[in-house]
Design a protein around this ligand. Structure first.
Ligand code: NAD
Length: 307
């Protein structure tokens, strides 16, 4: 009889995990890892974010990023984007300076797919593995541990970290390094698209005399339905709450990354480029920190200017 195959997943509780970026998404994701039995070493450029997290979740706070690297064989980044990830890892006294050969970095931020390919090569030069593992599902599913996780990189390395990732959601291996980040940017193209299309349709409809709630109800049993009509409009837009926890600047960045993917592959992208321009203009007017659902307010403001 052959011996049962050894599970490949190495990072099982109570291994020590570095977690950098304790914002709207990172804080609930890291809290789930703690609840699953992992030992956390955390960092964030905002000292307030670290202290708010440490008040409710047991964790170590290293004196420096390289010290965090020294204590962890797996490090997760959940930062605004690839530039911050590169700075945290490769900057002077960054995480990579402390990591041992064979360590794994998992970038769960929505970063540049092209930048991720370069980062994977730079880290490989230090015998450090990189998995790009961005997520979809928003704050609600970050809290529930039901995120969609799009994991690019060496399949054997993804298996090494699978158990860790599965605490936060469902893992979908996507292929070459950067492919997770490409998938995420393209998903958010569709997501921003349906929100913008829904907003334009509802603005036009209400000016024609339709009721916004009636429109959403009809869309949700018709072919125009989407996550924007089923979830974002009823939850954040119609009650005028605009508090999804996903900033407008982050979604505008994701669209620029989708344009980057289209450009790198020579793909048709007329609608994508137009949409990205709308979101850049919305960000310029509303501010990067506005909620992304406030794109509706931006479009309403265009209407007011014209009337
Ligand atoms: P956030 O702005 O709430 O959190 C980012 C955190 O990173 C902040 O606490 C900030 O202080 C910290 N930070 C920034 N630069 C840093 C640096 N150089 N060093 C250390 N810490 C630094 O953002 P978020 O909403 O949690 O999103 C994080 C990532 O996840 C982004 O890439 C975003 O596009 C993506 N994302 C967000 C959502 C969502 O619904 N919010 C959903 C899916 C994916």
């Amino acid at each position: 009889m052959t011996a049962p195959a050894k599970p490949l997943s190495e990072f099982t509780p109570p291994s020590r995990i570095g977690f950098i970026g304790l914002g709207n998404m990172g804080a609930p994701m890291a809290a789930l890892l703690h609840d699953a039995g992992y030992a956390l070493v955390v960092a964030d450029a905002d000292a307030g974010a670290v202290s708010r997290f440490a008040e409710r979740v047991a964790c170590d706070q290293p004196g420096s990023l390289s010290e965090l690297g020294k204590h962890c064989q797996a490090v997760i980044t959940m930062l605004p984007g690839g530039e911050a990830v590169r700075e945290v890892l490769m900057g002077d006294g960054g995480v990579a300076a402390g990591l041992q050969p064979g360590a794994v970095v998992i970038d769960m931020s929505s970063s540049s797919p092209v930048g991720t390919r370069e980062l994977a090569t730079d880290l490989a030069g230090r015998h450090i593995e990189l998995v790009d593992a961005p997520v979809s599902g928003g704050v609600r599913r970050a809290v529930d541990g039901t995120l969609a996780i799009m994991a690019g990189g060496d399949p054997a390395v993804i298996e090494r970290v699978r158990r860790l990732l599965e605490v936060m959601g469902k893992v979908f291996p996507t292929g070459v390094p950067g492919s997770g980040h490409a998938m995420k940017a393209l998903n958010n193209y569709l997501s921003a698209g349906t929100l913008t299309l829904t907003a334009e349709a509802i603005l036009a409809g209400t000016r024609f005399g339709l009721d916004a709630r009636t429109m959403v109800d009809i869309l949700n049993v018709s072919t125009g339905r989407s996550n924007s009509t089923e979830y974002k409009y009823p939850t954040f837009v119609l009650p005028r709450r605009f508090d999804s926890g996903f900033a407008m600047g982050l979604l505008a960045k994701d669209l620029r990354l989708a344009v980057e993917v289209a450009g790198a592959t020579g793909s048709p992208s007329a609608l994508l480029r137009e949409l990205s321009g709308v979101w850049d203009a919305a960000e310029a007017r509303m501010g990067s920190a506005a909620d992304h659902t406030e794109v509706v307010i931006y479009l309403e403001s265009l209407l007011e200017e014209r009337t």
